[in-house]
Design a protein around this ligand. Structure first.
Ligand SMILES: Nc1ncnc2c1ncn2[C@@H]1O[C@H](COP(=O)(O)OP(=O)(O)O)[C@@H](O)[C@H]1O
Ligand SMILES: [Mg+2]
Length: 91
């Protein structure tokens, strides 16, 4: 199991499918691994990090996908993000 696993992350302005600012991002990070997220300005690096921590501005809403920390879902329509959902379960 990956430490952090992001699947089909989709973030949209006002939740509108036609206004997606992150369009289906997949990413996994293993424990002890250092990962650099590289992309042109405006490609969604900061929003991906904010979504992982549950710190997206209210106007930007998750419309699809999942973010799991140690296998535990910490993001989605009804979730408040990894940083706000308490510590992950012990291995
Ligand atoms: N608060 C916001 N309201 C509307 N659009 C935003 C907001 N923040 C970022 N965006 C848009 O989302 C896209 C991705 O932004 P961002 O994650 O900041 O890119 P990066 O960090 O890769 O430069 C950009 O098109 C940006 O204009
Ligand atoms: Mg940025």
């Amino acid at each position: 199991m990956s430490l952090l696993e992001i699947s089909d992350l989709r973030i949209a302005l006002n939740g509108d499918r036609d206004s997606q600012v992150v369009k289906g991002l997949d990413l996994s990070i293993e424990a002890g691994q250092t990962t650099c997220l590289v992309g042109e300005s405006g490609s969604g690096k900061s929003l991906t990090a904010l979504a992982t921590m549950g710190l997206l501005p209210p106007v930007l809403k998750p419309i699809a996908g999942s973010i799991k920390l140690k296998g535990r879902s910490c993001w989605g329509r009804n979730s408040r993000g990894c940083a706000r959902s308490g510590p992950p379960p012990c291995p």
